[in-house]
Ligand binder design. Structure first.
Ligand code: ADP
Ligand code: MG
Length: 500
């Protein structure tokens, strides 16, 4: 203890280092989940130039572990010791472009959020170095003494490292495998469910690294090669991509591109479900923010607009460089961000325009479906401010059939049709449409019924002097026939063949 005189005060300085044991426990609770923790370790491997990363997760064994092994640059002893320190890099220091790191905390806090023992084996220029943090060790000694293992070749997981690069190994997986009071089977079930979630997360977060004919990265989970999952569905021919807009800011450019996903009918239903994810399409609409090609925000409008059913196909890609971290308030987990004010205003206008068009397209479609098409099967009727749907009794398919009936049966036939119309189960339909809109489809018509419809429509149009070319156009404008155009067209040709 040294006595220092500072103008009129008498000042003493004493060491008041925080308790290692409680501080390190605090590092476990940044709010990582398995998926965000794994992604943070993968970030480090990518920044270290790895082209191959293998994740092994062994949960159902007496000594469970998770290892993330890369073929990146590796670390020499001094670098590894530095990397193992909490807060290795100052967040205000500039980072190299392509560096996915943020606070110099990721590796430690991500690991400790999942396990109590973190071992890193690294090989650089053929030389192995190995260091370990064991939280039980830190707690019992109450100091930050890092363990260096000089003969890593004796470790069980040593052989995971097959080239230059690093292996990050998590053991004592207390968080993932749950409380010890849980029956073993249950915690393994939980761990496996977490792993399934993590797999989807990795496929989506790193999709830009995994895609293309020569991907920058091969990523494996338990020897399975992960496929890219592009939330913007950019490669699908039916995805609408607006031109890119650039907001130049003094620390770099923000690039914005609006995407409208294909309508579910234009897509394979498994792909559609995969794109929706566990939360569904409505919750997945919104902003997709990429920092140096790595997805950090997946969906949601960050308070700029509401998530609605009508806008569920809207997704906006936003690309930002890592030079703007402090403006975007990127958190330790790289799982949240805030919009800088200049971007917020501009983006709000972009969203209003984009989302506005999307809503108009939907309602225009809705209107056309019912009102403007020639010969709809159902009419939308507005009377006294109430909207109802009624079968179109003058539709050719009905009237031509009625005309074949004896007079005394005609009334009964129309009564039946009206009854079907008034029995439309509006409440059930509404509940189903709100809950699970994609699953609600029109019942398929029997080919005979479709033939009746096509024949009678064509007959009526011919009688009204419509030429054969135009008949085809009129029929294609009918959404019911358009959706089954292949069969409908065959039937039309069949009809016209009989006429000629
Ligand atoms: N797989 C790896 N290969 C090479 N170096 C690594 C690896 N993982 C971590 N490092 C080094 O450790 C440092 C600290 O990593 P981390 O705690 O994740 O913080 P940050 O990524 O924010 O810098 C990194 O900056 C890097 O120098
Ligand atoms: Mg990192």
């Amino acid at each position: 203890m040294e006595l220092v005189t500072d103008s009129e005060y008498q000042v003493r300085e004493i060491q008041a280092a925080p308790y290692a044991s409680s501080l390190i426990e605090g590092h476990r609770d940044f709010g990582y989940s398995l998926e965000t923790a794994l992604a943070d370790i993968v970030d480090n491997s990518i920044t270290a130039g790895a082209s191959e990363i293998r994740i092994t997760a062994i949960t159902s064994s007496d000594s469970p572990y998770i290892a993330i092994v890369d073929n990146g640059s590796g670390m020499a002893e001094a670098e590894l010791v530095e990397a193992m320190k909490l807060g290795a890099k100052n967040p205000t220091h500039a980072r190299l472009r392509k560096d996915l790191g943020r606070f110099g905390l990721g590796m430690k806090s991500a690991s400790f959020s999942q396990c109590r023992q973190l071992t890193v084996i690294s090989r650089k220029d053929g030389k192995d170095t190995c260091a370990r943090w064991d939280l039980d060790h830190v707690a019992s000694r109450n100091d930050w003494t890092l363990t260096i293992i000089d003969n890593p070749e004796k470790l069980t997981h040593y052989q995971l490292l097959t080239s230059n690069g690093s292996a990050v190994i998590w053991e004592k997986l207390d968080r993932l495998l749950g409380e010890t009071s849980l029956p073993q089977g249950k915690s393994i079930e939980h761990a496996n469910a977490e792993l399934v979630k993590a797999e989807r997360h990795l496929c989506q977060v790193f999709h830009r690294f995994l895609e293309g004919t020569k991907p920058r990265l091969s990523l494996y989970l338990n020897d399975r090669k992960l496929k890219p999952l592009d939330p913007l569905c950019s490669d699908h021919p039916a995805t609408q991509k607006d031109p890119e807009e650039v907001i130049p800011l003094n620390k770099g450019n923000v690039r914005i591109r609006c995407h409208t996903l294909p309508h579910h009918r234009k897509m394979d239903s498994d792909d559609w479900d995969e794109l929706a994810g566990p939360e569904g399409h409505v919750k997945s609409q919104g902003l997709y923010i990429y920092r140096e090609d790595r997805l950090i925000i997946a969906g949601g409008w960050l308070g700029l607009t509401k998530q609605t059913e009508l806008t569920k196909l809207c997704r906006i890609a936003i690309d930002i460089p890592n030079t703007m971290d402090s403006e975007w308030k990127i958190d330790v987990k790289k799982a949240s961000a805030q919009l800088p004010p200049q971007v917020r205003d501009r983006l709000k206008r972009i969203i209003e325009r984009f989302v506005g068009t999307s809503k108009r397209t939907y309602s225009a479609r809705g209107k056309k479906l019912v009102d403007e098409d020639l010969h709809p099967l159902w009419n939308r009727v507005i009377a006294n401010g109430q909207i109802s749907f009624k079968p179109n009794l003058v539709h050719p398919v009905f009237s031509s059939y009625a005309n074949q009936l004896p007079e005394d049966l005609k009334d009964g036939f129309y009564r039946c049709l009206r009854l079907v119309g008034s029995g439309l189960p509006i409440d059930t339909l509404h509940a189903e449409l709100v809950g699970n809109p994609e699953a609600v489809v029109s019942a398929e018509a029997e080919i005979e019924d479709l033939r009746d419809l096509v024949y009678s429509l064509a007959e009526t149009l011919l009688k009204n002097g419509v030429s054969t070319d135009v008949i085809k156009n009129v029929m294609q404008a009918n959404p019911y026939l358009r959706d089954r155009w292949e069969s409908a067209n065959e039937l039309l040709l069949e009809f016209l063949g009989k006429k000629s």
